[in-house]
Design a protein around this ligand. Structure first.
Ligand code: OOB
Length: 575
């Protein structure tokens, strides 16, 4: 059974095929296409381990085979929660071969997010890492398996101890040497069964490229995180076109330092774009200069992608010693607005070209091009990938605004989705009647068709590229009986761009910030979503329609932050 999704209208789909955007070739082709002349080229480097294209394809095929033996079937879904390790791609391609559709959660996600995803997809399989505290013991896996009886199979990357029995070893599954020793749920077979080594790889189910390949994660603005079905056809087009725009080839060496599942690092052009072009992906566990600079030198990295706060750190480190960056040809920056003053320092201080990237997991991605004027590269967030990316910029009444005027960005096109998974109600407002997706961004379009992101009309905080849906956190705050009203808003921050501030009204004047944070932690929310600041107020400012006036709250906290950033007279500092 295939995963349901909102399709593109038939005549539009036909035109995307006609124009060669949709090729009806599944994304498994990304590795398969290199199996003759490119097979022995290095595809992937992770620490001291590396894979050629042949080895990567073989590992993916072996893992797919192991999964088949376990009983995982085409049309099943999987919850994948891995850090920046090579196994992420092995799992990605193995699941794709089988037609198993994963949600690839961020490694910073925690119990709250994973449970929400599991609830939506009812997975058969979970692939997790013992490096995450959630999977250091069996408590959470057991609870999840009990809550979702469909979840029959667990594969674990990393060390597992006897105290923490937890499904099968991912490494063994990749080697084709599955030994089931442990149980997670009552449904899973106990005991020790070797499934046997199988080098005679079977032929995989025929894949239909118009079907869902995997789910992307929405940054969201609602109480529950929403899932974005991405088909082979639409996603593969964005990968190929991005690789072309970024002039990737076999000599491209990409350092992947932001989280591997993110749309930026996966497909803009990201690791998939580099694999498609036959280049090399080098994994970094995180984007600090201390980790990344030596990797760039050692592997002669030619390109990487960062969010703006990381750029600040790189500039500071390069001021001391930037000699390790000599091979870097271009740096992509995206995920959050890059200030012009920071943008201006990249070429002279890091010695590489800047490319701005403004994209979204829902589809549309914009790039500045390598032959753009300096003004465009420093001041705009680029222009769309495709001539058939349709852009509308509208006022509050849904009327198109003239070029140069800010308005809400709506878009549809050959790789922009048509509906969140299983969310008919939310889809009614997330799209207009013509199928344009309301991105929630406020943008200006220049006369020559470049976009500048100037604001946002979605209830979200963009914490240096990490997105926090206000409602999700407000709901958790309101779960505390002492909190009667809650509003999460963005506050300015010199490094992150924005941080989050929760305003609360409470019946308990003694309620401490620390107790609130403890409560949110206990809810199992990812750390980056915890409010950076909590302000107690007697009453919320209200709009004339009786809603909490978040604009006023944003202004209030911005004024407070601004006042605190002003130099204080000495006696105040000391008192
Ligand atoms: C990327 O994807 P998401 O899904 O995490 O976030 C999308 C949102 C956009 O709607 C916009 O609000 C913001 O992130 N954003 C930017 C930006 N790039 C993304 N805001 C200002 N300037 C930029 N350059 O963040 C994403 C996906 C693919 C490629 C790059 C980023």
């Amino acid at each position: 059974m295939s995963i349901a999704y909102t399709p593109w209208p038939a005549e539009i789909a036909a035109s995307y095929r006609e124009k060669g955007y949709w090729t009806d070739v599944p994304m498994t082709d990304i590795l398969i296409r290199h199996q003759s002349e490119r097979a022995e080229h290095r595809a992937l480097i992770c620490g001291e381990r590396s894979w050629t294209y042949r080895q990567l394809e073989l590992d993916a095929a072996r893992l797919a085979d192991s999964l088949l033996q376990l009983g995982v079937k085409p049309g099943d879904t999987a919850l994948v929660h891995l850090p920046n390790v090579a196994e992420f791609y092995i799992v990605f391609f193995a699941l794709m071969k089988l037609g198993v559709v994963p949600v690839n959660a961020l490694f910073s996600h925690n119990r709250h997010e994973l449970s929400a995803y599991a609830g939506q997809i009812q997975p058969t399989l979970a692939v997790v890492s013992s490096r995450h505290s959630l999977f250091a013991d069996n408590e959470y896996p057991q609870a999840l398996s009990q809550q979702y009886p469909s979840l029959q199979h667990w594969l674990v990357d990393g060390e597992t101890s006897d105290e923490a029995p937890l499904g099968h070893s991912l490494a063994a599954a990749i080697k084709g040497e599955l030994t089931a020793t442990h149980i997670v749920s009552d449904n899973t077979v106990s005991g020790s069964t070797t499934h046997g080594h199988n080098d005679a790889l079977r032929s995989w189910p025929e894949l239909d490229a118009s079907e869902v390949a995997f789910f992307q994660l929405s940054g969201g603005s609602t109480g529950t995180p929403k899932l974005i079905p991405r088909t082979h056809n639409d996603y593969y087009y964005s990968v190929r076109a991005s690789a072309e725009i970024c002039l990737l080839d076999r000599d491209s060496v990409f350092l992947c330092a932001l989280p591997v599942p993110h749309n930026f690092t996966l497909s803009s052009p990201g690791a998939l774009g580099v694999f498609y072009a036959g280049g090399t992906v080098v994994l970094a566990p995180e984007p600090s200069p201390m980790t990344c600079f030596p990797l760039i030198k050692r592997h002669q990295v030619t390109m990487t992608s960062l969010v703006p706060p990381a750029v600040t750190l790189w500039l500071q480190a390069a001021a001391d010693d930037g000699s390790e960056l000599a091979s870097l040809q271009f740096l992509q920056v995206g995920g959050a607005r890059l200030g012009e003053s920071l943008a201006r320092r990249i070429q002279p201080e890091l010695g590489c070209q800047l490319q701005q990237v403004f994209g979204m997991a829902e589809g549309l991605v914009n790039y500045t091009r390598f032959d753009d004027s300096e003004w465009h590269v420093l001041n705009t967030q680029g222009r769309p990938i495709s001539e058939d990316d349709e852009i509308r910029i509208v006022d509050e009444n849904g009327q198109d605004v003239p070029r140069g005027t800010p308005g809400a960005l709506l878009t549809r096109g050959p790789y922009t989705f048509r509906g969140y998974y299983n969310s008919p109600e939310h889809n009614q407002t997330a799209f207009d009647q013509d199928g344009f997706y309301r991105s929630g961004d406020v943008v200006v379009m220049t006369d020559d068709g470049y976009l500048m992101v100037v604001g946002r009309d979605k209830d979200q905080i963009n914490r240096g590229g990490e997105k926090v849906a206000a409602e999700e956190i407000e709901n958790q705050l309101l779960a505390l009986p002492e909190i009667t009203q809650a509003a999460l808003v963005a506050m300015p921050d010199p490094v992150m761009g924005e941080k989050s501030c929760a305003f609360i009204v409470t019946t308990n004047p003694k309620l401490k910030t620390i107790a609130i944070r403890k409560h949110l932690r206990a809810c199992g929310i990812a750390d980056y979503k915890l409010p950076d600041r909590i302000e107690t107020v007697d009453a919320m400012p209200m709009t004339h329609v009786g809603k909490i006036d978040k604009k006023a709250l944003r202004q209030q906290i911005a004024d407070q932050v601004h006042a605190q950033l002003q130099p204080q007279p000495e006696k105040d500092v000391l008192s």
